[in-house]
Write a protein that binds this ligand. Structure first.
Ligand SMILES: [Zn+2]
Length: 219
């Protein structure tokens, strides 16, 4: 941030005032906190060219609602997590995503940056390499990767914010619908894996998602 503020000062940019309010953010709580987060920075020359320009803030958006009982634990965990986050005001900004010498900034260099902390020997790195190197449609890769991270929206996820929904598996109507159940344990999924075993000689002896990924069958 320090570099950013230095740059604003060096360029002589001005903060265009908002005509109808001093703050753009509020926690909307009784213990009120207000801050001006949104700013429009302009060059003095620009202001000379367009002297009649003004900035008006929109009315406050009242999106806050009371927490539901089942959300309180998640909210408290989030607050605990946030307490551990400290912004180091003395630390200089640094560029973490570097361009490649010939291609500059690219999707590839961004992926490389995102993967920087994954040890090359980890199972995630291996699956990542196998999956993203496969010649299959991108949407299938994206789905498989989401499934691998257990981020596919299942009824057991949905029920956390929409309690009361029926969490029973849509295929067998017996067990609860989790990703592992739907793709590995469900009787319908087992039948599909059985057919694949017969047709392609795949090993379908796994009984957990972890074992499925370990066999490499999913790919
Ligand atoms: Zn099922």
């Amino acid at each position: 941030m320090e570099m950013f503020f230095d740059w604003i000062a060096e360029e002589g940019l001005m903060d265009l005032p908002i005509s109808n309010k001093n703050f753009t953010w509020s926690n909307l709580w009784e213990d009120l906190s207000l801050a001006k987060l949104d700013r429009v920075l302009i060059d003095p020359e620009w202001e000379e060219t367009f002297p009649m320009c003004s900035l008006r803030g929109l009315p406050w958006a009242h999106v806050r609602r009371n927490l539901k009982d089942e959300e309180v634990d998640s909210y408290l965990s989030l607050l605990e997590l946030l307490q551990e986050v400290a912004v180091d005001h003395g630390r200089l900004d640094e560029i973490v995503w570097s361009p490649k010498p010939y291609e500059g900034f690219s999707i590839r260099s961004c992926y490389a940056w995102l993967r920087r902390d994954i040890p090359a020997t980890s199972i995630i790195a291996r699956k990542y390499k196998e999956l993203w190197g496969c010649h299959i449609p991108l949407k299938v890769k994206a789905f498989m990767w989401t499934l691998y991270l257990d981020k596919v929206l299942m009824k057991l996820h949905i029920v956390t914010w929409n309690p009361g929904i029926n969490t029973t598996c849509a295929l067998c109507s017996v067990k609860e619908e989790s990703a592992e159940h739907l793709f590995v344990r469900c009787v319908v999924a087992r039948r599909v894996w059985g057919w694949l075993e017969e047709a392609y000689g795949m090993n379908a002896s796994f009984s957990t998602a972890e074992e499925l990924w370990a066999t490499g069958n999913a790919l």
